[in-house]
Ligand binder design. Structure first.
Ligand code: ADP
Length: 750
């Protein structure tokens, strides 16, 4: 295959640019020519200047831009065979053999049809004499690969679509902002979010913000008189001390008879039934706007690169694949299978078979809904007989990570609801040593969902010597039967220390679960940790601003990011910002490397480069530190460029957690509480484990297995899955196989 093309179609989604960039650069790197088709399928039909070859630099500096720069459209012409024949003709004219389509399920339905029709379209064009016989036989097949760009997250074959995470950012920002004004005036708000057939944004938006009620298409209220149930729940919430009430409504919400529930109607119900001052906010297109989140940039980049590999490897008879992400791994699934399952949801919704619709969305969707239903309650369920519960100590330990509070909130409420007693430990291990514990009730964690920092208090103290006696005494005094530790490296270390002394102190045999929460993402037993996504977004938005500040000057930035000796934040932020060089402790840096980097900068800047971006992990090398590197580049750059350093520091740890971190934290907390509940019911063996996402599944790794997963010296796991992305970052950052462009071309990092 020598030529491929990429287009974006249907509704725009943030991150589409990153996908286009990856397809273009990934393709060029593989030695194929890449064309961009402007304005979606309509551009394919109109041809001419709508189909343009792309250079390495044509897709520079677009990562951080929302929408799609190559344009998108809805094309009625493409719905007709005549239109698709024209599209085929234009592809043949440009001798394009592969097409990457980035769009929603409509666009991908069109892509699938186009693929299967292709040979007959070619025959028709040959019969009409518009193409010659040789072309017709040479281009018998068109390879197509689909990427799902859609903020709704309404497609099978992927846990998450390009744009969803950013849309959730917009939704949580808006609801957080609304909550604060609502609380001031004790107002209630109804917030309508997008999603005609898919309640994902509403559900996850509500879960992330601690909203009080949610209405979505797949899981309509079960009772006839749902209005009364909703009002009663909100009223009880107020009685228990909530100052605001927020109801999130998906635009496609309906009741169990299939009748639409409009956000306007919900507003009126609250006003009428409760007599509350209620305001309606329809978020609308704000959800499609703004800079893509770090997650969407990297998701789209990985998917785009994979699309190139998939398309080049496609055989004639292969079905069209959809590139997806399941867990945190990139996958390929036959498009037809995904479309069929999508159709099945729509049919189930039309038939009002809601159970089926929700089941088709998958277990985690239904679980999230159940979690939300519990979290929004004003108090735990009342049960005829109390279920057997444990006395569970909940603590943070290690440096603060955004999302710690969200995890505590979810654990406390889900724990109380399951019949456990939840005991808060103040200030990490210090609280256990000094017996600083207190019982947490339902409202103690009210409003914690979106709060950064760690309300329980946290620090890096690890118990030593006589501390262990003190900890044992505290556990005994308070009759603690299990510990949920939400924290980072030193928290994990402290927990392992207790475990290792269980022969000496029998009480340390109690089950301990460690939930990963650190911005560094350096913990064993989980590919991701709570807080890392927020830190990544903090870095990425800071770097976006730094890049803008350099427009007028020829400048290189050396940006230092956190991570301890773990390069996750450095590598992922380099991918998301288009940095040309990233320095990782895992790889180290030598004088030769720096000489090479200086030479690359000099070559680049003497050919018109305007901006250089180097991201370094804080502990790459103690001698060649950020100041040294900055001084070195500055000295060697002479008049060609100036160099500035930016040590981002603690802004990386701060701020409100991102929706990803909030929902990940709640999900992990729910798994931990489930385990304790099964344990209390005698359905599980008592065991201490670290909890996390490993590839495609959520898993518990027993403490016994943890030591052999660790690189203790460098305080990180031995095996770090994301290092597999390292070559990809190198490919995307290289100056490109094409020659340097003319002097005057503006080249920005990215
Ligand atoms: P999305 O891709 O975001 O779901 P649409 O459903 O509007 O957006 O689809 C975008 C475009 O894809 C349509 O304007 C049309 O050109 C094409 N398309 C959608 N469905 C089909 C179909 N069944 N057959 C052919 N083309 C289609």
């Amino acid at each position: 295959m020598k030529r491929i093309a990429v287009l974006t179609s249907g509704g725009d989604a943030q991150g589409m640019n990153a996908a286009v960039r990856a397809v273009v650069r990934g393709g060029l790197d593989q030695g194929v020519e890449v064309f961009a088709v402007y304005e979606g399928y309509q551009g394919l039909i109109d041809g001419g200047a709508y189909i343009r070859p792309m250079s390495w630099f044509d897709v520079g500096g677009i990562l951080q831009q929302g929408g799609t720069l190559i344009g998108t459209a809805r094309s009625t012409d493409f719905m007709t065979r005549d239109g698709r024949r024209e599209a085929a003709y234009n592809l043949l004219l440009n001798r394009i053999e592969g097409l990457v389509v980035i769009g929603g399920d409509g666009s991908l339905t069109g892509a699938n049809l186009f693929r299967w029709e292709w040979p007959s379209l070619v025959d028709e064009l040959a019969a009409a004499g518009r193409i010659d016989g040789e072309t017709a036989s040479q281009f018998r097949h068109l390879a197509i690969v689909g990427l799902v760009g859609s903020i709704d997250n309404d497609m099978f074959g992927t846990d998450v679509t390009i744009g969803t995470d950013t849309a959730l950012h917009r939704i949580t920002e808006a609801i957080d902002a609304i909550s604060s004004t609502a609380a001031s005036h004790q107002r209630s708000f109804v917030v309508e979010v997008m999603g005609r057939d898919c309640g994902y944004l509403a559900l996850m938006g509500a879960l992330a913000t601690g909203a009080d009620w949610v209405l979505i298409p797949e899981l309509p209220p079960q009772t006839e008189d749902w209005e009364a149930a909703m009002c009663e729940s909100l009223r009880r919430g107020r009685e228990h001390g909530r100052r605001d009430s927020i109801v999130v409504v998906a635009e496609g919400a309906r009741d169990r008879d299939g009748n639409p529930i409009s956000s306007q109607y919900v507003t009126e119900v609250l006003e009428k039934n409760l007599g509350w001052d209620t305001r309606l906010t329809i978020l609308g297109h704000v959800q499609r706007g703004g800079a893509p989140s770090a997650f969407d940039r990297n998701l789209a980049t990985l998917m785009g690169m994979e699309a190139v590999h998939a398309i080049l490897a496609m055989k004639q008879e292969d079905p069209v694949p959809v590139i997806g992400m399941i867990g945190n791994r990139i996958t390929r699934t036959p498009l037809e299978e995904c479309l069929n399952r999508n159709e099945a949801v729509k049919i189930a919704l039309r038939a009002q078979d809601f159970e089926q619709a929700a089941a088709l969305r998958g277990r985690s969707f239904v679980d999230s809904f159940q979690t939300l239903r519990t979290l929004v309650r004003a108090e735990p369920h009342k049960r005829a007989s109390e279920p057997p519960g444990l006395r569970i100590a909940v603590m943070n330990a290690g440096a603060p990570a955004p999302g710690m509070n969200t995890a505590v909130r979810a654990a406390v409420r889900l724990g109380l609801d399951a019949g456990h007693t939840m005991i808060g430990v103040r200030n990490g291990f210090t609280g256990l040593i000094e017996n600083d514990l207190f019982e947490l009730d339902w409202m103690a964690v009210n409003g914690w969902a979106n709060r950064g920092g760690a309300e329980l208090g946290t620090n890096r103290r690890i118990p030593t010597q006589s501390d262990f006696y003190a900890v044992a005494r505290t556990l005994e005094l308070n009759n603690i039967q299990a510990i949920l530790l939400i924290g980072g490296w030193s928290g994990y270390q402290g927990a392992l220390e207790l475990y290792e002394r269980r022969n000496q102190f029998p009480i340390f045999n109690l089950p301990i679960l460690c939930l990963p929460a650190t911005i560094d993402n350096d913990l064993p037993g989980s590919d991701l940790s709570v807080g890392a996504d927020t830190a990544l977004n903090n870095i990425v938005s800071a770097v976006d601003k730094i890049k803008q500040s350099a427009v007028a000057a020829r400048r290189v930035f050396v940006v230092e990011v956190m991570g301890g000796k773990c390069g996750y934040l450095a590598l992922m932020s380099a991918l998301a910002t288009g940095a040309e060089r990233v320095y990782l402790h895992e790889e180290g840096v030598t004088l030769q490397d720096l000489v090479q980097d200086v030479n690359n900068l000099i070559t680049g800047f003497s050919h018109g480069k305007r901006l250089g971006l180097m991201i370094r992990n804080e502990m790459v090398n103690p001698t060649y530190d950020t100041r040294f590197m900055t001084a070195l580049f500055e000295e060697e750059g002479g008049d060609l460029f100036e160099v500035r350093q930016a040590i981002l520091g603690h802004i990386q740890q701060g701020g409100s957690p991102t929706p990803f971190d909030r929902n990940f934290a709640s999900r992990l907390a729910a798994d931990c509480i489930d385990y304790f509940t099964r344990l209390a019911a005698g359905e599980e063996e008592a065991q201490s484990s670290v909890v996390g996402l490993l590839g495609r599944t959520y898993e518990f790794t027993p403490f016994e297995d943890v030591p052999r997963l660790l690189n203790r010296k460098d305080r990180r796991p031995l095996d770090q899955w994301w290092m597999a992305l390292r070559p990809l970052a190198r490919i995307l950052a290289q100056p490109g196989p094409s020659a340097h462009p003319a002097e005057e071309t503006l080249i920005t990092a990215g």
